[in-house]
Design a protein around this ligand. Sequence first.
Ligand code: 3PG
Length: 206
Amino acid sequence: MISSWLRQGILPVVNPASVDQALQIAQGLQQGGITQIEITLRTPAALEALAEVAKAFPDMAVSAGSVLTPQQFEQAANAGATLFISPGLTEALAKHALQNQLPWIPGVATASEVMRAMELGFKTLKFFPAMAAGGPPALQGLLAALQGLSIIPTGGISMDTCPAWKSVKGVIAVGGSWLSSNLPPENVTEVVQTRASQSIQVWAGL
Ligand code: 3PG
């Protein structure tokens, strides 16, 4: 289910300052060739931004990030999110995802956390915070012992470090805010478009 949601190797993480900014970012991503987005539920504008992006960009797969409670799961689903991502794994979130058959990617950083996720039936996982947790060598070490997983490292990743992550077997995509952070006050769409198309090329190894 998650593999069909995830169409590309780059999953832009957007922490929207406003609905308008989120729309400009989504426009830039789309123009740059990106068709998926994670909007984190961390800012006051996030839920409305998610709803408006989902409405304005029906071809874009919209996920909710930083989902910390079952209530946020519901709010994000009602706003139009079709995938749900968390920085960690809790019983309450796992139960909610399983009972409601919602596609959920829990976050893991250690072997015990990965094993807990596997016990509960989750095989697509977010390695978070990816760089601080040891970077590609740490993930490679984990995946040598724990196989059959699909991993999306996120946290501290930049365009330049994408290739190192891609080369770890089991990594299906990388997430990050580098496409939409430190934006200039003007020309947001153009700046994001350029970053998006460059990131796609870097991921493709061009
Ligand atoms: C997330 O919520 O997934 C991360 O905060 C994104 O990490 P980054 O901002 O370091 O890319």
